[in-house]
Design a protein around this ligand. Structure first.
Ligand code: S3P
Length: 166
């Protein structure tokens, strides 16, 4: 499984979709799977069950997907908050889409569908997540100032170095 991680606005969905098409693999977005299964938008899950409730659903969903058929899987920017996810990712090829905070914020603006964007100390959240992203990643690709196609080309080159499909 190729797993794309990174902060909100890193382009995981766009890059993941293009990458999957290129590799002839299905593309799966953990947030979309959660929304389908719960019949609720991520924002509504946060409203009714809080962040902790969302993280429980998210961790169970992602660990389940990681046990499933091969795919390119994009996970939400906070997925590594859950220790089960961090552990499960160790057996997969993990690609960090590394985005600068100011560019990430330009891309997602103040999307009401992303409740964590409304965290009071967003810059602190961004900083606190960086170690977990880097620890989990087999390869990191800088996305700031690059188009999705350029990022896909870099990801493919980086995966070639670590061996696609291993
Ligand atoms: C979150 C990121 C979102 C989504 C949820 C929480 C986060 O996914 O999982 O709103 O904590 O960073 P994206 O990274 O795809 O925006």
């Amino acid at each position: 499984m190729i797993v794309l991680i990174g902060f909100m606005g890193a382009g995981k969905t766009t890059v993941g979709w293009l990458l999957a098409r290129h590799l002839g693999l299905p593309f799966v977005d953990s947030d979309a799977v959660i929304e389908d299964a719960e019949g609720l938008a991520v924002r509504e899950i946060f409203e009714t069950q809080g962040e902790a409730g969302f993280r429980r659903i998210e961790a169970a969903t992602i660990t389940g997907l990681l046990d499933g058929p091969d795919a390119v899987l994009a996970v939400g920017g906070g997925a590594l908050t859950s220790p089960q996810v961090r552990t499960a990712l160790a057996a997969h090829q993990v690609v960090l889409l590394d985005v600068a905070l100011d560019e990430a914020l330009e891309r997602v603006a103040s999307d009401p569908g992303r409740p964590m964007l409304h965290t009071p100390d967003l810059s602190g959240l961004y900083t606190r997540r960086q170690d977990a992203y880097r620890d989990a990643a087999d390869v990191a690709v800088q996305v700031s100032g690059r188009s999705p196609r350029e990022v896909v080309a870099e990801v493919l080159a980086a995966l070639g170095e670590v061996g696609v499909g291993e």
